[in-house]
Design a protein. Structure first.
Length: 133
């Protein structure tokens, strides 16, 4: 299973994108899947860096696996416990000026993923996403 470990630093995002692009190319996946994976990981990792680790630092592991027509992705970190899918859906009906900042990235992950979930195991946050390719 291909995986990468990055540090909790926004400067690591290009390495993340390179990792996803390499996986997409090696598995001959569509541009749509590439965009969805990149968006999902960028949003979720940015949340971990800015909110999870906040004033500290730590490792973030990313794993990708293709199993037939399914793609499984996992993000694992050691930040304080937080389920990104526990947040309320953003208010998409209000004007941009009235909306609360944030929440759109996780909303998009919910929209395109066939399955998604969160677990806290042995001091680690584990976010999992599955999509049909």
């Amino acid at each position: 299973m291909p995986e990468i470990e990055i540090s909790s630093d926004l400067n690591e995002l290009p390495r993340l994108v390179e990792f996803v692009d390499g996986f997409v190319e090696a598995n001959e996946l569509s541009a749509r899947i590439a965009m969805q994976l990149t968006l999902a990981f960028e949003e979720l990792v940015t949340n971990v860096i800015q909110h999870g680790y906040a004033d500290t630092s730590g490792p973030i592991h990313l794993r990708l696996e293709r199993a037939g027509d399914r793609l499984h992705a996992a993000l694992i970190d050691r930040a304080p416990a937080y389920d990104p899918f526990s947040t309320a859906e953003p208010d998409l009906d209000s004007s941009v000026e009235e909306r609360t900042v944030g929440g759109l990235g996780v909303h998009l992950v919910r929209e395109f993923a066939d399955e998604f979930g969160y677990e806290r195991i042995a001091g680690e946050n584990r976010v999992k996403i599955s999509l049909r390719v």
